[in-house]
Ligand binder design. Structure first.
Ligand SMILES: Nc1ncnc2c1ncn2[C@@H]1O[C@H](COP(=O)(O)OP(=O)(O)OP(=O)(O)O)[C@@H](O)[C@H]1O
Length: 884
């Protein structure tokens, strides 16, 4: 029965598809489903089935046209080998079996007048039994399927319950954990603070966790809803299945009845067949008896025979009538059989219809089952997914909970350690507090004693302060006298200057200018204050001539070195002295260089004018606490015995008057413009303007020789802040015109006139200085404009510095010699080395006086500093007292 029919391939495919949808645990039901599918396919007409249906009558016809004619062996062979039995054995479709039965019945009706051979009837019974068996198997399968559905449903229900339990379990677990954590939080204030911190840290994680949980819950609720929907659907499907099963059962009952009817009819047909066969036998016997009678008649007399024949004919007619009757009866039976056949056909049709219905129902059932299975599998996969997800979530939850637990454990440990630390600290603090308490007691006691000491100290301090106040008085007095001391110091300094000589002569030897052809110098030796020049036209000692000045600057001397020795004069100006610095020398000997510096001078090459002004401003600003200075500048030139203002563009003033007697403002040329200056930069600007406006001309000795005397007058007015007294000082910085001899200058006309004026004024200057040094009663100031202007700065307490410039070139020997002689006349007589020697004792005394005064000043300075310190200390203590 297990051997496969032609539709084996289709079945295998069905098996494959159903097995792919079912789980491995359901092998047994799957097999049943497999046989169901077999059954199902057997109901459907297939190619193989039609083949069997068409082939079947041919098989019977080939065997001699009648079933009755077939020998028993042949029928059994047919049954066993190729046809019905084979079909049965091969698990042929039910439709084919029914077709076979139908064919047999039709055959028996058509060919055998309703006579069905008993073997065929037996075969029919087998077929009917097979159909019955299949229906019952189908029924069983349906029941198993139903059970399977129920089992699956239960399984899914249990899974859903597990999922629900899992979901609710996670919630409960979380609630339990939360409760546990809440329970663990003991109401220790410090721990609560710590726990709060931990909770705050975990709060964010918990919120995330809750959100995740809520999401899972929502997913579970959605799935539960889906499961409920599916259950509802399943219930409906179950109801439908039950209804179908009921229908199938009803149909089976109907079929059973039909089968019974078929059986009864078959029985009837068999009985009729038996009757027919009995009748045939009797007919055979009668035939035989007739033949015997015929032969007997032949042997008997013809008459007798005829009579007998007539009788026999009568008998035969009777028999024929009987046969006719029987035939009629057979026809009736045939009619009956036909009716039965019709009934069978109708029943068959009905069975077919029922089968179709059953197959439709089965198909429906199958589709529903498939749908149900699909839904179940989907649900299952979803449930598995959800289960996996839930597992994943629960694992994540577990991990998070583990983390939280670890954190809680860690924080517990930390709290424990902190608690212990706090306990230790508390103990320490308690100890410290008790220790401090005792210390405070001690301190209180000592405080009391200190208080008394402080009172005592205060008394002592007061006394000390009073004493200090008494001591401070002379110091304050001394401090007040400081300015006086300073003034005294200034006075002494100027006295010292005077002792050094109010008219001083410095000699500077110009170096050879780069590019100068002849570099033969007349200077043989340069000392500190003496200079030996050699006459190039003479030899030996005769050629040498020694000149002595206050200071000699060689060709290598820098501008700074020269100014270093001039600086003291500048200080005197701020002390209210008139100072006159002028450069004297032949053209090109470096007068302008020394006084102003070269064109585009740098810091290093700046001349006396700029350095002096810079110092003036520096010193005045250092003294600004005590004296306020106002500085003004005038720049004039004396050209051809005419005074010109170099700082004005106003040409209306043609002649500048010169005041012979010093005015209260100290101005010799009051009409010249006065320019107040605040810084060196201001003065530099003015000097630049003056230099540009200065009259210059070309001489044989210098291409651009200064043809006038330039006088830069700086007028300083100081006001003492404390005393209100004022002082006035003038600084005249004079760049004289070249002192060369007229014959050597090779000038004529205007230039000659210029040179004559220059020489005249220079000799007048020499005369004035000489007269001053001789302390003559008459000083010839009026001989030139230059001496008139410088009158206030040359006589009296004025200080004069003459910078004698020498060009050491051999060619300029005679000019240099006359310059040196002029300077010697001025310095030698005025300084009066001899006079100085004469008054050596007085000078020494004065020098000693100066030294002792300097010592006094330094002592006073120290004392003032000390007093200042004491004063500061007193102030501090007073402020402390006030704070107390
Ligand atoms: N000490 C020095 N070092 C370098 N160069 C110098 C020095 N003295 C003068 N000179 C240069 O010599 C030249 C003449 O100098 P300067 O013009 O100063 O002479 P001067 O006496 O003013 O002439 P003048 O009377 O004709 O105006 C200039 O080129 C100047 O730079």
């Amino acid at each position: 029965m297990n051997s496969q029919p032609n539709n084996h391939t289709t079945e295998s495919k069905d098996v494959g598809s159903s097995s792919s949808n079912s789980s491995g645990n359901n092998n047994l039901p799957q097999k049943k489903i497999l046989s169901d599918s077999k059954f199902q396919h057997s109901t459907e007409p297939s190619g193989a089935l039609n083949q069997v249906r068409h082939r079947f009558p041919d098989v019977f016809q080939q065997k001699g046209g009648s079933y009755a004619d077939l020998p028993a062996a042949k029928i059994s062979e047919l049954m066993k080998s190729s046809s019905l039995d084979h079909l049965l054995m091969q698990n042929a479709p039910t439709q084919s079996l029914l077709s076979v039965v139908n064919g047999i019945l039709e055959e028996s009706v058509e060919r055998r007048n309703g006579e069905i051979p008993p073997r065929v009837a037996c075969l029919l019974r087998k077929v009917v039994q097979e159909i019955e068996r299949r229906i019952s198997t189908q029924q069983g399968h349906l029941r198993t399927q139903n059970n399977l559905f129920k089992t699956r449903e239960e399984k899914y229900q249990s899974r859903i319950r597990v999922l629900e339990a899992l979901a609710s379990g996670t919630n409960e677990e979380n609630i339990i954990k939360e409760e546990k954590s809440a329970h663990d939080s003991k109401p220790i204030e410090k721990i609560v603070i710590e726990e709060k911190k931990t909770k705050d840290i975990n709060h964010v994680e918990k919120t995330k966790e809750d959100e995740k949980k809520k999401e899972i819950d929502r997913e579970v609720i959605r799935l539960m809803k889906e499961v409920e929907d599916k259950n509802m659907e399943k219930k409906e499907i179950d109801k439908e299945v039950k209804r179908l099963i009921k229908d199938v059962e009803e149909k089976n009952m109907e079929k059973k009845e039909i089968d019974k009817e078929v059986k009864r009819l078959i029985k009837e047909v068999e009985e009729k067949n038996m009757e027919i066969s009995t009748f045939k036998q009797e007919l055979e016997k009668m035939k035989k008896r007739y033949e015997v009678q015929c032969t007997k008649i032949e042997n008997i007399e013809r008459k007798d025979i005829d009579k007998e024949v007539e009788g026999k004919n009568m008998e035969k007619r009777e028999v024929d009538e009987e046969i006719m009757r029987l035939k009629k009866e057979v026809e009736e039976k045939s009619m009956e059989k036909k009716e039965i056949d019709k009934e069978v056909m109708r029943l068959k049709k009905e069975v077919e219809e029922k089968n179709v219905e059953i197959s439709t129902m089965k198909q429906e059932l199958e589709t529903m089952k498939n749908r149900y299975e699909e839904q179940c599998s989907k649900l299952k996969s979803e449930a598995e997914d959800v289960e996996l997800e839930l597992k994943q979530k629960s694992r994540e939850h577990e991990a998070i909970m583990e983390k939280l637990r670890n954190k809680v454990r860690e924080s517990e440990a930390i709290m424990e350690s902190k608690y212990q630390k706090w306990n230790m600290k508390q103990n320490i603090i308690q100890k410290a507090v008790s220790f401090q308490f005792s210390s405070i007691q001690k301190l209180k006691l000592s405080w009391e004693s200190i208080k008394q000491d402080v009172v005592k100290e205060r008394m002592i301090y007061k006394e000390e302060c009073n004493r200090l106040g008494v001591n401070l008085k002379p110091l304050v007095h001394a401090a007040e006298n400081y300015q006086t001391v300073l003034a005294e110091n200034r006075k002494l300094f100027n006295e010292l200057q005077e002792l050094k000589g109010n008219i001083r002569v410095y000699c500077r030897i110009r170096p050879f200018i780069p590019g100068q052809k002849e570099k033969q110098s007349i200077v043989e030796r340069i000392g500190e204050s003496d200079l030996v020049v050699a006459n190039p036209s003479k030899q030996g000692k005769e050629a040498l001539k020694t000149f002595k000045f206050n200071k000699i600057f060689g060709p290598t001397s820098t501008q700074a070195e020269v100014y270093d020795d001039i600086q003291d004069f500048i200080r005197s100006v701020l002390d209210g002295f008139n100072v006159c610095i002028f450069a004297y020398g032949q053209t090109g000997s470096g007068k302008t260089y020394t006084m102003s510096g070269p064109n585009g001078a740098t810091n290093e090459s700046l001349g006396v004018n700029y350095r002096a002004l810079n110092d003036l401003f520096n010193i005045s600003s250092s003294r600004q606490s005590s004296i306020v200075y106002d500085i003004g500048v005038q720049i004039i030139e004396i050209y051809n015995e005419q005074v010109r203002d170099l700082l004005t563009t106003d040409i209306s003033v043609k002649k500048f008057g010169i005041l012979n007697h010093s005015q209260p403002n100290g101005l010799a040329v009051p009409d010249a413009s006065m320019h107040p200056v605040k810084s060196t930069a201001d003065v530099i600007k003015l000097m630049d303007i003056g230099l540009k406006n200065r009259a210059k001309g070309s001489t044989a000795m210098n291409e651009r020789s200064s043809r006038s005397h330039s006088v830069v007058s700086i007028h300083v007015r100081g006001a003492d802040k404390k005393s209100g007294s004022t002082l006035q000082g003038n600084l005249h910085l004079i760049d004289l015109a070249g002192s060369e001899r007229i014959d050597r200058s090779e000038v004529i006309g205007d230039r000659l006139k210029e040179a004559q004026h220059i020489n005249k004024s220079l000799s007048a200057l020499g005369d004035v200085i000489f007269s001053l040094s001789q302390k003559s009663s008459h000083i010839p100031y009026r001989n030139s404009k230059l001496t008139q202007i410088l009158q206030s700065s040359l006589g009296g307490h004025a200080k004069t510095l003459m910078l004698v410039q020498i060009n050491s070139d051999v060619k300029s020997y005679s000019e240099s010699l006359s310059t040196l002689k002029f300077a010697e006349r001025v310095s030698g007589v005025e300084l009066g080395v001899a006079k100085s020697t004469k008054d050596g004792r007085d000078v020494r005394e004065l020098m000693e006086q100066v030294a002792s005064l300097k010592d006094t000043i330094s002592t006073k300075d120290e004392e003032i500093e000390r007093l200042q310190l004491l004063k500061d200390l007193k102030n501090v203590s007073n402020s402390e007292k006030l704070e107390d």
